[in-house]
Design a protein around this ligand. Structure first.
Ligand code: C2E
Ligand code: MG
Ligand code: MG
Length: 575
């Protein structure tokens, strides 16, 4: 078997050579080329059957190497050897088209042999023909790699700028369908959507499935009409999405977000055109519901701002610019503060105190929510100890945990370490998760929740009523608290439907032995309604806004604990 090793140092070459020599069976013929694009470009990669890639980092050189491999349109499988698995390592490897990823420190002959055997079994040319290599097996459309080749050809053939239009179509909320109805239903839905879009379009130059829930369509017009063509295409696509899809015996309505990019410069590359359409699509997505956007230069500026924000968040985690504020939770019977929800704020050096809406979504998108989330959990544990020191042993603190944090493989273990280091006992820390979080990662989140609950962490379901969760699922999870979303609480006294929903949620929770907390109570009338309907706890501006930790201590220690409301009124309301 002919194997090419791409590696920086000959040490790696000698190691791999030794390991391969100790494997019985097929003899291996190992060649080595340094991680250098020039060296690789000089090699006909296709004369090898496997590439082993000793990767040092995600440096631009690595990306350039991959680009070169792709440029050679190599179908030779790649196994990467790395020093550590960053979060999402497997997913990133798949995205890059690597067949496997091995840890350098754990590398031995057995592991290498198994990885080679698996990789080769999956990519034997005899079981693939060129057509299936180029097609997406689910929809029969071109796959991403084939699409890139076609687009490169179309761009090279273009005689004028603004003659090629790339439409990128992303199916919104597709993950939820997978999570709720299973992957089979998700696959069926993708097939239906693909054929609807294909049938709706008049003469696109090509159409492809370029991602799990992403399609691309290209139009060309050398007479200056490509924008009009694209707009007509978008109309057709949106029109084709109006009727519900029949999947798993449900009628599901789906929306798409569409980004369009034209070849503004005749020299534009495939990557640049795809990136532009992607930027436009993301902006369309943020506007929700069958939206489309044509790419403009300002969008890249906006994206660069986002990148700047990302690097600022990274810096501010190191500089401890974040602070946990706390909003008290009041027990409706004892009239006392029984807990508090930690809500993060960013003490930005120039922009002042920023609320979570300014940075949480970005932190989630770029993965920084993972380190930030650990900082938050750690801080809440420290604050629990500070509370104990002043006699508040019973008080419970809650923190919000977002779905991305569950994607970190070490999440539960790291939380266990933090709890252990801080000596936090059972029942003092609570994690708030939204319905979307509970549903989004399916089985993995379920398991993590069970293990967290075994660690003594209570789990609450945040913003209940706004999301998309199945009753059967909630029942199976170790959830001890439902938090009614403030959009319902805010209108219990003015909207009968919301009043009915709130009563129903309280009854539902109690029948499942869960506590109920109403979020966002702002008036005495709302608190009275909640009291009459046997809600357990209330949280809202009526009692207190989120405050700094020392202010929470003041509230706990003062007679009149509730700011923003006259305590006599509250006593009346609550008793
Ligand atoms: P949430 O967890 O549902 O938090 C409740 C939000 O409602 C807080 O907004 C709180 O200030 C606000 N609120 C509470 N009572 C009232 C009221 O009576 N009236 C009104 N109008 N608003 C009220 P905040 O602090 O801006 O947080 C917004 C969201 O950001 C949170 O919603 C949560 O989803 C997220 N978030 C906050 N802190 C964290 C965090 O540490 N980690 C993560 N992952 N997300 C966080
Ligand atoms: Mg919350
Ligand atoms: Mg909430």
């Amino acid at each position: 078997m002919r194997i090419l090793l791409i590696a920086e140092h000959d040490v790696e070459f000698r190691l791999v050579e030794r390991l391969l020599n100790s494997i019985d069976g097929t003899p291996h013929q190992l060649s080595w080329c340094q991680a250098d694009v020039g060296a690789l470009a000089a090699l006909p990669v296709s004369s090898y059957e496997l590439i082993l890639w000793g990767r040092i980092s995600e440096a631009p050189l690595s990306r350039a190497l991959l680009t070169e491999l792709k440029r050679q349109q190599s179908a030779v499988p790649v196994i990467a050897i790395v020093d550590h698995f960053p979060p999402n390592a497997d997913r990133d490897a798949i995205r890059r088209g690597e067949s496997d990823i091995l840890l350098r420190s754990a590398l031995n002959a057995d592991i290498l042999q198994r990885a080679i055997a698996f990789t080769c079994a999956r990519s034997t040319p005899s079981i693939r023909n060129i057509e299936t290599l180029n097609a997406d097996p689910l929809t029969g459309l071109s796959n991403r790699q084939e699409f890139r080749t076609q687009l490169a050809r179309i761009l090279a053939d273009a005689k004028t700028s603004e003659s090629v239009g790339l439409i990128l179509i992303d199916v919104d909320q597709f993950k939820k369908v997978n999570a709720s109805y299973g992957q089979g239903a998700g696959d069926a839905l993708i097939q239906l959507i693909a054929s609807r879009i294909r049938e709706s379009l008049r003469e696109p130059l090509c159409m492809a499935r370029v991602g799990g829930n992403e399609f691309a369509v290209v139009f060309r017009d050398e007479q200056g009409q490509v924008e009009t063509e694209c707009r007509r295409g978008i109309d057709d696509i949106v029109q084709s999405m109006t009727k519900p899809f029949a999947v798993a015996q449900h009628a599901i309505r789906m929306n798409v977000s569409i980004g369009v990019a034209l070849n503004k410069e005749i020299t534009i590359t495939v990557d640049a055109l795809l990136a532009n359409a992607d930027v436009a699509m993301r902006i369309a997505k943020s506007e929700k519901g069958n939206n489309f956007q044509f790419y403009s230069r300002e969008m890249t500026d906006a994206q660069q701002k986002l990148l700047k924000l990302e690097s600022e968040i990274r810096r501010s985690i190191r500089n401890e610019e974040f602070e946990l504020y706390y909003q008290p939770r009041i027990d409706i019977n004892s009239h006392r503060i029984v807990g508090a929800e930690g809500l993060v704020r960013w003490n930005h050096p120039t922009r002042g105190v920023l609320p979570p809406s300014e940075f949480i979504a970005v932190a989630e998108d770029c993965g920084l929510i993972v380190p930030l989330g650990y900082w938050i959990i750690h801080q809440a544990c420290k604050d629990l100890n500070r509370l104990s020191e002043v006699g508040h042993h019973e008080l419970q603190l809650a923190v919000n945990v977002s779905f991305k944090q569950f994607q970190d493989r070490n999440f539960v273990q790291t939380v266990a370490n933090i709890l252990g280091n801080q000596g936090i006992t059972e029942g003092r820390l609570e994690f708030e998760l939204t319905e979307t979080t509970m549903m989004s990662e399916g089985h993995a989140v379920d398991q993590s929740l069970r293990r967290l609950s075994e660690l003594g962490i209570d789990i609450s379901l945040d913003d209940f009523g706004t999301g998309y969760s199945s009753f059967a699922h909630i029942q199976r999870l170790p959830i001890s608290v439902l938090k009614i979303d403030r959009s319902f609480v805010g209108s219990v006294t003015s909207n009968e439907d919301d009043a009915t929903i709130v009563k129903a949620i309280i009854n539902l929770a109690h029948s499942l032995n869960m506590q109920v907390i109403a979020e966002g109570a702002e008036t005495a009338e709302q608190v009275e309604f909640l009291n009459q309907n046997r809600c357990d706890q209330v949280q809202g501006f009526y009692f207190s806004k989120p405050v700094k930790f020392h202010a929470l201590l003041d509230l706990l220690n003062s007679e009149s604990v509730f700011s923003g409301a006259d305590s006599a009124t509250i006593q009346n309301v609550l008793s």
